[in-house]
Every structure is written in structure tokens, then in C-alpha cells.
Design a protein around this ligand. Sequence first.
Ligand SMILES: C[S@@+](CC[C@H](N)C(=O)[O-])C[C@H]1O[C@@H](n2cnc3c(N)ncnc32)[C@H](O)[C@@H]1O
Length: 321
Amino acid sequence: MDLSFAQTHIEAEILKRDENVKESREEPPAKKQRIGNKNSAEITKLIKEDIPSSSFQQRCSPRKRLDVRTSNESLQQKSTSQSKKCKQKFIYGNYTKYYGYRNMDKVFHDVRLDVFDAYYDLFAEKTVLDIGCNTGILTIEMAKRFKVKSIIGLDIDRHLVDQAFKVLKRRKKSLPFDNESKRLEIFPFNINFVHGNYVLKDDVLLEIEKPQFEIVLCLSLTKWIHLNFGDKGLKQAFRRMFLQLKPQGALILEAQCFNNYAKRKRITDTIYHNYRAIEFFPQDFHTYLLSAEVGFKSCELMGVPDHCKAGFQRPIYIFYK
Ligand SMILES: C[S@@+](CC[C@H](N)C(=O)[O-])C[C@H]1O[C@@H](n2cnc3c(N)ncnc32)[C@H](O)[C@@H]1O
């Protein structure tokens, strides 16, 4: 067993117990904006209003560029009663005990790491974005195990991001104080977490995307984007992943199969509507990612994690830019 992984996991569990989990998980309502046919002035205005001003500059940090506040209208339009219901139902797959549940087969060990092990060089010294990082346990482990240059974990659930920061803080405290690691931004000082919705409010915002990562991780996330934001939202997210990758960068994709969606289809009205309207199925993802609309050049199977539960034996693919 990897003791450091176990340590991180235990820390997260302790935090969860100590935390007041009643805290609201919903985004504060953001001001509404009209998005219609836009000319460049309107686009600029939209960008400036939606993104912190520093993010608007080309030379801004990845963190700021990612910090697009969750303001998707579908998030705001939920009624109070629906949001109460959603709070308990983890509508984004934002499970607070996800890693406890997922990794129970082999004590504190995420079997996806065994698949990644064979690709050590793919991650080493690379800039990584982990979309839907949950409590950050896997993000932190990836940073350590593969000696990435830097890694940013992004999650739609603010509470989970707070948890991730706390786990990271404890992790830093548990290490002997090392000014040099801090100065050189090496583990664990090369990890950051950001709160935000990866699905942009409008496709037009893709126009300002800049390549900034060498690896993008999209693990067990597609179902949740698909259910909440429909075919359009998921396609936009795939295009955004491509645009955020540097040339020769790679997307690591672990998608849920469609059979896996049905169980969650009634969580909210929006999800039910999106589920019924799906025309872009997981078996179409590869073709879409490799099409001219997105642009990936090639794809290969990394492996299938040896999980004791069939539902978690999801093939993991790499798409090369
Ligand atoms: C099932 S968990 C997977 C966690 C992690 N990626 C893994 O595989 O171990 C899905 C995570 O994605 C997050 N998520 C869902 N929709 C998102 C979105 N639109 N933007 C960012 N994060 C999202 C959820 O909050 C949740 O933490």
C-alpha cells in the first residue's frame, strides 16, 4: 500500500467528519446577461464582465484564466426546492465520500494509477489540469507520483475545493519545512485548486482560450457534464480541452458508458430533460474528438483499471493533439 496515498485519504476523511456539511453547495446567483448574436464589442464586454479583469490579459496565470465563475444560467435557474433536493443528491457527481467509495477494493489505492504508471514520461515535468478534481486526493497523488511540473484541480463544487485545499495544507504541514521546495515550486507547492464550472456560459468564450496545459485529465466527469449541460455542453467542454492543450499535449479521458446514466436521470428536471434529449452518445465521443470540429490527431487505449467493481472498469484513452 502506498502510505502517502493512505495518509492523504485519511486526512480527507477526518476533514469530512469535522466539516459542517450542511453548507450550501449552490452557487450564489450571478447577474444575468443577454447572449445573442454577438459582434466583437459585445464579446469583449461579455468576457470582461464574466471573467475577473486580470484574467482578460493574455499573460495571466492558468489559475486566473480558469477562474471563470460558475454562472451558467442553468445553474441559476433552479428553484429553491430543486436546489434543496439537489444538495442531497450530488447532481454534479460531487460526492463528498467519492474516494472512500471508489477505492474500497484495494485499501486507499486508486487502480487508475496502475494504468498511468506505464505512462510515467507522459506526466513527468508536465503542466496538468485535472477537471472535476473532487477532494483533490487523486490530484495530489498524481503530482507526487509522476513528478508533474504543476497541477491544477478544478471542481464545480466549492465545498469540495475547500476540502482539497485543506488536504493540501495538511500535506504541506506534514512535511519537514523546506524553503527550497517552495521556492522551486516543487511538490507539494506545485499544486493548486480552483473552483469553477468547466462548461462556459457561452461557446463564444472559447474564442479566448489559450493553450496552457500539456495534459488534461477528464476522469469520470463526462456523464455529469452531459447530464447537466446536455450534448451542447459536453461538446463545448471537449473543444475547450483541446484549445487549452499545448501542441503535442494529451487529453486523458475516462468516460462513463451510457448505461451508467439512467440511474441518475431523475435527479433534477434539467437532468431528465437533457437525458431524454441525448443524441451524442459515449460511443460517439472518439469520432467527435478526432473530427475537424475538435481536432485531436490520434487516440490510443491506455488501459482498463483492474477494479473489483465492473462499473469502475472504464477504459482510459489518450487523445493526442
Ligand atoms: C464522479 S467525480 C470524479 C472525480 C475525479 N475526477 C476522479 O475521477 O477521481 C466528478 C467530479 O466532477 C465535478 N464536476 C462535475 N461537473 C463539473 C463541471 N461542469 N465543472 C467542473 N467540475 C465538475 C464534480 O463536482 C465531482 O467532484
